[in-house]
Design a protein. Structure first.
Length: 165
């Protein structure tokens, strides 16, 4: 792993990291400078990281009013139809960016499926199983967590499904 200028004190742990520690899950952390979050592709390009093993967390709301979390590669789009089917909804829609914090406790660019305000039904794209280790947000801007897909699925009680277009 390359070394980047640290954006935060290395001793500062996010809620996601504390949950991983509590569950005795091995992970690595990467801190980087992030003055402005554009999108995951911009960050991966800046850090020379592969797009296919770098995952973003998307939050949706179903027709039932329930919230759902989907973890997919940064260069892919969520298939709303496949995602809805994976959680047993007729349809789902993306949660507006302005509502992310109130729903999850995280801000855009720092949202991770680990340690949200509430444990929502979570689905990880099946492409994650192609890797020994994936990269996800660490729960704060300028923070990434590297962990095994199986550990992500375990700690979030997620399902795995084909949910991208």
């Amino acid at each position: 792993m390359r070394v980047f200028k640290v954006a935060k004190d290395k001793n500062t742990k996010t809620n996601a990291m504390r949950i991983l520690d509590r569950n005795k899950i091995k992970y690595k952390v990467n801190y980087y400078d992030c003055d402005e979050f554009i999108d995951g592709i911009h960050i991966a390009k800046m850090l020379s990281q592969p797009y296919d093993k770098t995952f973003k967390t998307l939050v949706t709301k179903g027709k039932s009013g329930e919230y759902y979390v989907f973890v997919i590669p940064i260069e892919k789009e969520l298939s709303l139809k496949a995602a809805a089917k994976s959680v047993g909804e007729k349809n789902i829609e993306m949660v507006h960016v302005k509502d992310i914090r109130s729903v999850t406790g995280y801000i855009r660019g720092g949202c991770t499926a680990i340690g949200m305000k509430k444990q929502f039904v979570t689905v990880v794209d099946s492409s994650a199983e192609n890797f020994v280790e994936i990269i996800i947000s660490g729960g704060a801007l300028g923070t990434q967590i590297f962990l095994s897909p199986a550990d992500l699925v375990s700690v979030t009680q997620a399902k795995v499904a084909d949910i991208t277009e």
